[in-house]
Each structure stands twice: as structure tokens, then as C-alpha cells.
Design a protein around this ligand. Structure first.
Ligand code: SF4
Length: 256
């Protein structure tokens, strides 16, 4: 309710004009689609709305809303507007979510393009670590001219977000695989080192027998294919005694 509606006094002329509202509605809507009068609400000084049940197919819980008003010192209500509005029980479409927020990494197929925002906070110009960029086109031109390499690189924010995501994900320390591992990736011979700041926490698993082969793993992740795992003596096949020739028993051999 707006502040003006809260402070306005209920208007007796308007609240008693439900039939004027219904008559106005019947001029634009089939009478069969207009149900019971369900209420009146004061919207402001000499402005109020009458509600009628909507009986239109597909609009369960919606209501016709007819807003009336009257001029000062007049006792005749006139119609402001008529609309169909959802009531508290109305069946509504879910709230719209922009496609950029709905898209999942797995949605990207071959040939699909996912444009990067110009102001993506995870990226900064390649020659700097966070200075404000005044003109994107001039940056591009300078980078090309002096061959500074990549036009954009990860910002500190982008790097931290990636580190957090990887560490909290399936290849961090808090997974059943890591918790049951005999030793962490940090001590595994199959761990390949990365370069750059992320190399203090992460490496790449290069063990084709591991479920994490080719993936970034944290040093405190782990799996059962750790390079230090050896077959224990008990796990080796037991040596069998030498075979003996049985001269006492005999076998029945069926003739075909
Ligand atoms: S084999 Fe297992 S323990 Fe070794 S680096 Fe890969 S995931 Fe880590």
C-alpha cells in the first residue's frame, strides 16, 4: 500500500459504487467472465478499487480490478481504469531470470558462442593488474601494436573466484574421494605443477587411472591411485603347493 493510500480516508461514495464498477466492466468483458464482488481498497484521496472474481479460463485466482474516482464535492463515481490482476492465490509464471544467469557450463555445445561482458570484473587488460580502462578500443590497439600478448587476463577477483570454486568443488579436500585417499595430491608423483599464483594451491593430475586425470586438483585433494600406493604382501596371490598325480581315485568320463 502506498503512503497516500495509508493516509487516505475510505471514501463512502466510492466504496458503495460496486455496481457502477460492475456495469463498466460488463461493457468491455463478457458478463460470464465476471464473478462475485470480492472487495474494495482505498488507493488515495477519493480514489478506490473494486475487485471482482475473474471467471476467465486459465486465470484461476485472478481478479478484475476497477478503479473509481470522484471529483471534489461531487457524489458521482467515474471509472479510472479496468485491468485483470493476479490475486494472492493466482497461478503465476515463475519470475523471469535472464538467460545469462540460467545458462550452465554444460549447455555450451560445439559452435555455440558465449559473449563476455565488456565490464566483466573477472578480467583486466593484459598489461595491467587493475588500472581503470578509459577507452577499450585504444587498449586493444596498443596491445596489438606492441604485441603485449593477451588483450585481457584474469583479475584478482576472477582468480580468487576460480580458486574458491575449485577448492570447494569435486577436486578439493572435502570430497569422499579425497577423505578416503591414502595421501594427498601434494605428495603424489602424478601431480603436475602449474605456473603463476594458483600454483601454490593447485596442480594438474596426470594419472590416467585416476578419475581426476587431466583436471586441476588442490594439493590436499587425493584419490586411491596415489603414486605411493603399493600392493601389500598379503594382497599378492598365495603360492600353491606343487601338483600331485592321483593314483587312487578315478573320473567318470561320459562318451558322446
Ligand atoms: S593420482 Fe590421485 S592423488 Fe595423485 S595427483 Fe591424481 S588425484 Fe591426486
Amino acid at each position: 500500500m502506498t503512503p497516500s493510500a495509508r493516509s487516505a480516508k475510505p471514501d463512502a461514495v466510492l466504496s458503495a459504487a460496486a455496481e457502477i464498477a460492475r456495469a463498466a466492466l460488463s461493457e468491455v468483458v463478457d458478463a460470464a467472465e465476471v464473478g462475485e464482488h470480492t472487495g474494495f481498497r482505498t488507493e488515495g484521496e477519493r480514489v478506490g478499487t473494486h475487485y471482482f472474481e475473474a471467471r476467465r479460463l486459465g486465470y484461476v485466482g485472478w481478479r478484475w480490478s476497477v478503479t473509481l474516482t470522484r471529483a471534489s464535492r461531487q457524489r458521482t463515481a467515474t471509472v479510472d481504469e479496468m485491468v485483470l490482476l493476479p490475486g494472492p492465490e493466482a497461478l503465476m509464471a515463475p519470475e523471469w531470470v535472464p538467460w545469462k544467469q540460467r545458462i550452465e557450463p554444460a549447455d555450451l555445445g560445439p559452435g555455440d558462442l558465449l559473449p563476455t561482458d565488456d565490464n566483466d570484473p573477472r578480467l583486466v587488460p593484459g598489461y595491467t593488474t587493475g588500472d581503470a580502462v578509459i577507452d577499450d578500443r585504444s587498449v586493444r590497439a596498443v596491445c596489438d601494436e606492441v604485441e603485449l600478448g593477451r588483450e585481457q587476463v584474469l583479475s584478482l577477483e576472477g582468480r580468487d573466484a576460480a580458486a574458491e570454486r575449485w577448492y570447494d568443488g569435486d577436486r578439493g579436500p572435502q570430497t569422499p574421494l579425497a577423505e578416503a585417499a591414502p595421501a594427498p595430491c601434494g605428495t603424489c608423483g602424478y601431480l603436475t605443477r602449474l605456473a603463476g599464483p594458483l600454483s601454490t594451491v593447485f596442480g594438474v593430475c596426470a594419472n590416467e587411472n585416476s578419475p581426476d586425470d587431466g583436471r586441476v586438483v588442490s594439493f590436499d585433494h587425493g584419490c586411491g591411485a596415489h603414486s605411493s600406493v603399493r600392493l601389500s604382501r598379503a594382497a599378492h596371490a598365495q603360492a600353491l603347493p606343487a601338483p600331485v598325480f592321483d593314483t587312487l581315485g578315478y573320473d567318470d568320463i561320459e562318451n558322446f
